[in-house]
Design a protein around this ligand. Structure first.
Ligand code: PLP
Length: 342
C-alpha cells in the first residue's frame, strides 16, 4: 500500500503559518517506512520547524528499496526515513544512498552509530525493536489455545491457520524474522521450520504491521511481528499480549538514509539533523503511539515499551544479512520453498 501526502495540505493552520517561509526554504521529497501516523507527524512537524515543504510517500521497507532501485539514476526522493535496517544497508552497498556525518551523531546510542559505520556512513539508526509473537488473549482463550512461548511451538497443530506474518518481498519485518531464524537454527533447518509452520499461516501480508493489527481485530490468533507493535495495540484497548521467543530473537535497527543524487541536498541534510534530535524522536510515541527504542540517548523509552536489554537477543549479523546479494538470495529461497507452497 502506498500513501502519498503533501504535508502542506495536512498541516492546515500550521502550513499557513509556515507558508511564506516555505517558499523561501524549498522542498523535501521524503520516503517514509514507519507507520503512516508517524510519517505524517514527521512531515508536518519538520515542515513547521524548518519552513521546508515536505512531499511524503509511505511504503514498507522492501517496497521502498524496490522503488529506489527502479528510480536508480533519476531518484525521486531525497531522504528515506525509517523501516528496517537491512534494506538500508543493501541500498548503501548498491550505491543508492550517500554518506553524511551529522553533528547530531554525538547524541546517539552506540548501536545507531554501528549501523552508520557498517554502511560507510550512509545509513544511521533512528530506533530499535525486537521481533516476537503478538497474540489475541481473548481469541486464544476462547479457542483453548495456549499462547506461543518458543519458535518451536509455531509448528504445532494447535496453531493451524492461526498465524500471520508478512511477505519478505515487501516487508522488512518479515526479512528480519527470516534472517533471525537462519541465525538461530542454521539455514536449512530454518527453511525446514518455515515449511513446517506454513500450514499454520493463514496469510503472508504485504505490510509488516498488518499481522498485529489483524490480531488486535481478532482476525487471527497470533502474529510474527515487532513486539513494540503489540504493546501499541494493547494501549489502544485491544486484548493483545506478546512474548519474546524462549530460544532468543532478532531485532531491527530502524534506519535513515540520504539518497544518492538527492536534488534537495541542503534540505535533506537539514531533515536528517532534525530527525536525530530528541523532540523529533519523541514523535513516534507522541504522535503515533509507537514504542520503539529511540536512538537519541535523551529521548526516553516510552512508557510500557518493551525493554530490549531485558530480552534474550541474538547477535544479529547486520553486515551479513544487510548485504544486498544475501538478502536477495534468502528472499528468493523463501519465494521458492515457502511462499510458493499451496
Ligand atoms: N512500521 C513500524 C512502526 C516499524 O517499526 C517498522 C519497522 O521498521 C515498519 C513499519 C516496517 O514495516 P515493513 O515490515 O512493512 O517494512
Amino acid at each position: 500500500m502506498r500513501t502519498k501526502i503533501v504535508a502542506a495540505t495536512l498541516a492546515g493552520a500550521l502550513a499557513g503559518l509556515a507558508a511564506p517561509e516555505a517558499a523561501a526554504q524549498g522542498t523535501l521529497n521524503l520516503y517514509c517506512s514507519v507507520q503512516v501516523e508517524w510519517c505524517q507527524a514527521i512531515a508536518t512537524n519538520f515542515q513547521r520547524d524548518s519552513g521546508i515543504r515536505v512531499n511524503m510517500t509511505q511504503r514498507g521497507s522492501g517496497e521502498t528499496l524496490a522503488a529506489i532501485r527502479a528510480e536508480g539514476q533519476n531518484p525521486r526522493a531525497d531522504v528515506w526515513f525509517g523501516g528496517t535496517g537491512d534494506p538500508h544497508l543493501a541500498a548503501a552497498e548498491e550505491n543508492l544512498s550517500q554518506a553524511y556525518e551529522s553533528a547530531n551523531n554525538a547524541l546517539l546510542h552506540p548501536w545507531a552509530l554501528t549501523q552508520w559505520r557498517q554502511s560507510n556512513q550512509r545509513a544511521i539508526g533512528v530506533y530499535a525493536g525486537a521481533v516476537g509473537f503478538g497474540f489475541n488473549t481473548e481469541l486464544l482463550a476462547r479457542k483453548g489455545i495456549e499462547p506461543p512461548r518458543c519458535w518451536a511451538d509455531l509448528t504445532q497443530a494447535r496453531f493451524r491457520g492461526e498465524i500471520q506474518m508478512a511477505n519478505p518481498n515487501s516487508s522488512g519485518t518479515a526479512y528480519v524474522i527470516i534472517a533471525t531464524l537462519v541465525q538461530l537454527m542454521g539455514e536449512d533447518p530454518a527453511f525446514a521450520f518455515m515449511r513446517q509452520m506454513h500450514p499454520n499461516v493463514n496469510s503472508y501480508t504485504r505490510s509488516g504491521t498488518a499481522p498485529i493489527k489483524a490480531v488486535a481485530r481478532g482476525e487471527t490468533g497470533v502474529s510474527l511481528s515487532f513486539v513494540h507493535d503489540a504493546v501499541t495495540e494493547r494501549n489502544a484497548g485491544f486484548p493483545v499480549s506478546y512474548a519474546t521467543p524462549c530460544e532468543g530473537t532478532g531485532y531491527e535497527i530502524g534506519s535513515m538514509s540520504i539518497l544518492r543524487g538527492a536534488r534537495n541536498l541542503t534540505q535533506a541534510r537539514r531533515f536528517y539533523d532534525w530527525a536525530l534530535t530528541e523532540p523529533a524522536q519523541r514523535l513516534g510515541f507522541e504522535a503515533g503511539g509507537q514504542l520503539q527504542q529511540p536512538s537519541n540517548r535523551s529521548a526516553p523509552l516510552p512508557p510500557n515499551a518493551p525493554d530490549l536489554s531485558a530480552m534474550r537477543l541474538i547477535e544479529y549479523d547486520f553486515a551479513r544479512y544487510g548485504r544486498a546479494a544475501e538478502r536477495r538470495r534468502l528472499i528468493e529461497r523463501w519465494d521458492r520453498e515457502v511462499g510458493a507452497l499451496p
